[in-house]
Design a protein around this ligand. Structure first.
Ligand code: DGT
Ligand code: CA
Ligand code: CA
Length: 570
């Protein structure tokens, strides 16, 4: 049984408990569910070997949850989970994905209007049955409708960061099969797009039937759509589909080039081949009937007169033209980051201590880490006030003397208030190593208002970085109404750094905005916004967006040493 499967059930229980207004418990379940998703060990194995007590190894697991996990491992379900499902037979997963609908609201909607699904809700909202409910109102009704429309727009796509761990597991399993000589992702996964329609895998093997059998018997499969002699397609329990294709070694490069896409990039490369009197397809590059390339991607690109192009760039956004002129950007590499400056500690309710965050950062090979806890306006996040920030500063200084080679920097993630002011006094901000400021409230302002609000914050001489600058949450919430070009202009003038937030549901700045920032000469920083140590690795997804936005090492300030980095700050 997969950890993720258990995590999912715990998440659901957390939501049900929340709907039932049980205090504290929902949070405990949710925390363990989150920890489980990132947990390295195999929970089922740990339990088999060490019994219930061994489950305490999982962060956040106490007696109650250990018992629940045990019950699930033994019986395949949990009693309260089944009871809740009967009591509240609604499509909870889908309903709470709508911005503006939480578990509590979902419960009211079911009890009062019998709403079980998104479809039911859409109907109710459109006939204005929701606004009169206690705790809802016109505005909520409108927000819910917007949320539903938003979800539909991106229907059936999955967050890359959410499914990547499973993709990596699948690849690892396939790779263990000796009949598989080579394996790679293709399609949007290889291009590291923020959302994924389906997962494409490419395999080289001399024994395709064996590969097909093995692939179609992987754990976690919900159903098999198709199983042919060299091609198969499955649906995973998590809801997404995976296509696998077996190709011959001599066509591996051209197949990889073809199935990596994007479709638009392929059209451009194929036209280029035609213009040179060649034919390019998934089997190779051909001159008449003679195959002149196909074994590797590099050789395929070379045959049509191009250097190899990184998959993240293959969106037909001018990359082929740039390649022809020898002007492909020298994009940042996945191992170029030297430290993460947006990490939360347990001072603001994060899961880990400053020392633990630092330890994990060190293990990633970083030279420094920056603690940027929330500040006082964000009460629910236990934001720190001036006094606490100064206390924390002392603590960080103490920790730094203990490990001279690795450096902990202290920042904060302060709030940009509606009028553009910062919720922490300037004299305290000035004492920190750096200051991140972000919008966390009143996000629905008009374009001029929101633009001015952020500009005012950037003009504050203590504000160095703007976190998640456009505020979007993928599949949930649009960007704020802002004049992004003006924001870039002022960022440039004031030397303010814009964050590329790596959280898989944010990825903010997104790729096209990264490209704009780069073109304007605005510096950026890639951070994870980790609230626990196991999230630090999510940096991969921020780097991917930076690459998709053509950013180079020099555009991203945390590719520099701590000393150089501190010089960038105001
Ligand atoms: P997705 O799955 O919607 O996130 O996006 P992709 O890019 O993974 O698209 P998918 O899975 O439909 O196809 C994988 C790749 O195969 C695609 O990026 C390019 C190639 N491909 C598929 N259909 C066509 C086509 O009709 N023409 C060309 N030139 N290439 C195609
Ligand atoms: Ca795909
Ligand atoms: Ca596909």
């Amino acid at each position: 049984m997969e950890n993720k499967e258990i995590a999912k059930v715990l998440y659901d229980i957390a939501r049900y408990l929340e709907m039932d207004e049980v205090p504290f418990k929902p949070y405990a379940y949710e925390k363990v569910a989150m920890a489980l998703e990132l947990f390295d060990g195999d929970v089922e194995k740990i339990y088999k070997e060490g019994g219930k007590e061994a489950l305490f190894k999982i962060p956040g697991v106490g007696k109650g949850i250990a018992k629940a996990i045990e019950e699930y491992l033994k019986t395949g379900t949990i009693r309260i989970y089944e009871e809740y499902k009967k009591k509240l037979p609604i499509d909870l997963d889908a309903l709470v994905r709508i911005e503006g609908v939480g578990p509590k609201k979902a419960r009211i909607l079911y009890k009062k209007l019998g709403i079980k699904s998104v479809k039911d809700l859409e109907r109710a909202v459109k006939s204005h049955k929701v606004a009169p409910l206690f705790g809802f109102g016109e505005k909520t009704e409108k927000n819910i409708l917007e949320g539903i429309t938003f979800l539909k727009r991106d229907k059936g796509r999955f967050l890359l960061g959410e499914i990547m761990p499973t993709i990596k597991e699948i690849i690892k399993k396939l790779d263990s099969l000796k009949e598989i000589k080579k394996i790679s992702t293709a399609g949007s996964v290889r291009r590291m797009k923020e959302t994924i329609g389906d997962v494409d895998l490419l395999v080289v093997s001399k024994n395709p039937p064996k590969v097909m059998d093995f692939f179609c018997s992987l754990p976690g499969i919900e159903k098999i759509w198709a199983k042919g002699s060299t091609k198969a397609s499955i649906r995973m329990k998590q809801g997404f589909d995976v296509d696998v294709r077996v190709v011959s070694e001599k066509s591996y490069g051209s197949a990889l080039q073809y199935f990596t896409g994007s479709k638009e990039h392929n059209i451009t490369t194929r036209l280029l081949a035609i213009s040179k009197g060649l034919k390019l397809n998934e089997y190779g590059v051909f001159k008449g009937s003679k195959m002149i390339a196909g074994r590797t991607e590099k050789e395929v690109y070379k045959a049509i007169g191009l250097p190899w192009i990184a998959p993240e760039l293959r969106e037909d956004q001018g990359e082929v033209r740039a390649a022809l002129k020898g002007k492909l950007p020298d994009i940042i590499n996945y191992n170029d980051i030297k430290g993460d400056l947006h990490c939360h500690s347990n001072w603001d309710g994060g899961a880990n201590s400053i020392a633990e965050m630092a330890e994990s950062a060190k293990n990633l090979g970083y030279e420094y880490v920056g603690i940027a806890d929330h500040t006082k306006f964000l009460r629910i996040e236990h934001g720190l006030n001036e006094k606490q920030l100064l206390l924390q500063r002392k603590e960080i200084r103490r920790l730094n003397t203990k490990s001279p080679k690795f450096r902990i920097l202290q920042g904060c993630e302060a709030n940009i208030m509606a009028d553009g002011s910062i919720d922490i006094k300037d004299e305290v901000l000035a004492k920190l190593d750096y200051v991140i400021a972000g919008v966390h409230s009143q996000m629905k302002m008009t374009k001029p208002q929101m633009t001015e609000r952020i500009i005012k914050a950037m003009k504050n001489p203590n504000v160095d970085i703007i976190s998640h600058p456009t505020g979007r949450i993928i599949q949930r919430r649009d960007e704020y109404q802002i004049d992004f070009d003006r924001i870039l202009k002022v960022a440039k003038e004031t030397g303010t750094i814009l964050e590329i937030n790596s959280s898989p549901d944010r990825l903010d700045l997104k790729d096209i905005n990264v490209r704009k920032a780069k073109e304007m000469g605005v510096k950026m920083i890639i951070n994870t916004d980790s609230h626990q140590k196991d999230q630090l690795h999510l940096i991969e997804f921020g780097i991917a967006q930076a690459r998709r936005g053509w950013a180079g090492k020099k555009d991203i300030i945390n590719t520099q040493s701590a000393e150089k980095l501190l010089k960038y700050f105001k």
